[in-house]
Design a protein around this ligand. Structure first.
Ligand SMILES: C[S@@+](CC[C@H](N)C(=O)[O-])C[C@H]1O[C@@H](n2cnc3c(N)ncnc32)[C@H](O)[C@@H]1O
Length: 313
């Protein structure tokens, strides 16, 4: 595993535009930091999505209809899914996330609160193709909140939707939350909170990489840098080198890899695409969903959709 991750990071860090995948944000510290971000005044997405899900709980449950299995993709603390349990009444709950320890603790806690729902925690990487052969005959509802879809480049999002639509086998759908385009200042502040929690979350990716592959990134050499790229309709998060930096990625039995950065160089850590409702619904349709229901908040900050999967042809 260490070798595969080292190869992946070596490739992405030595590319023309160096990057670290956003999945590296999420170790136990990153998951907790994300939870703190959701409490910040400036970070509107979580409270707005919760508001929509509470305000339209009945309509969401009617649209979803029966639910044999609720699959929570990037479940985190599982709080959003659990708010829907009483309305949707899933028979099974599958929580999927890359942050293993954090996920397992959250599911164990939730199982005590909802003993009648069969629950399981699955530590896996959602950026790989998903397949659920054991659940083929069941009505599956995929839940993808938190605007995590915004982290996918538009083409990757199309592939992801097509994968989910196929996995429903004509019996199920996707309940998804996505962040909408809005004024630059609101967007900027949401990713540049004055307390510096988002900065810590971003920098923690370097500590997680160090822990996973034994590299020697030094936090003092890097700063958080996030801005709204209007032409691409996305927030970009980067880490910017404060000085010239040399980082060693251990070779695991082969030669170590030395990567050099100059002061001012960037490592791209996350995109967070912002959609219009029309564009987002069109993407879902193209991927094989139909009968799409949409709910927003009064400021049109955030969108929750339920989309029924068509039968694969
Ligand atoms: C933005 S948070 C959303 C958490 C929660 N669903 C919510 O809406 O509050 C993204 C979640 O996806 C998980 N995640 C990120 N990349 C992942 C990947 N490649 N595979 C699996 N889980 C991933 C993170 O650990 C985190 O819990």
């Amino acid at each position: 595993m260490k070798k595969i991750l080292t190869q992946e990071l070596l490739l992405s860090l030595t590319a023309d535009k160096p990057s670290i995948s956003p999945k590296f944000f999420y170790d136990a510290i990153g998951s907790h930091l994300f939870d703190v971000i959701t409490l910040l005044e400036e970070y509107y997405p979580t409270r707005t999505e919760k508001w929509i899900m509470d305000a339209y709980q009945r309509d969401i449950a009617d649209a979803v209809d029966d639910c044999d299995v609720l699959l929570d993709l990037g479940a985190g603390n599982c709080a959003k899914a659990s708010r829907l349990f009483d309305a949707i009444e899933p028979k099974q709950y599958w929580a999927l996330d890359i942050s293993k320890e954090y996920l397992e603790a959250a599911v164990a806690d939730l199982q005590k609160q909802f003993p009648h729902i069969e629950m399981s925690a699955h530590a896996l990487d959602l950026s790989l193709p998903l397949s659920f052969p054991d659940l083929q005959k069941l009505r599956k509802i995929f839940f993808f909140p938190g605007s995590s879809i915004g982290n996918y480049d538009p083409e990757k999002a199309d592939q992801f939707f097509a994968n989910i639509a196929y996995e429903c086998h004509g019996n199920g759908g996707l309940l998804i939350g996505v962040d909408l385009v809005k004024d630059d200042e609101t967007l900027h502040l949401a990713y540049n909170d004055p307390l510096g929690v988002t900065a810590a979350f971003n920098l923690n990716a370097l500590l997680n990489v160090n822990r996973l592959i034994g590299s020697n990134f030094n936090l003092q050499d890097w700063e958080h840098y996030a801005f709204f790229n209007a032409s691409k309709s996305r927030i970009e998060m980067h880490l910017r080198a404060l000085t010239d930096v040399e980082v060693v990625l251990p070779g695991n039995g082969t030669q170590d890899h030395l990567i050099s950065f100059n002061a001012g160089d960037l490592i791209h850590t996350e995109n967070s695409y912002k959609y219009t409702q029309e564009r987002f619904v069109e993407k879902l349709r193209r991927a094989g969903f139909d009968d799409i229901h949409c709910w927003t908040d009064p400021s049109d900050y955030f969108l929750v959709c339920f989309a029924n999967a068509n039968k694969p042809s």
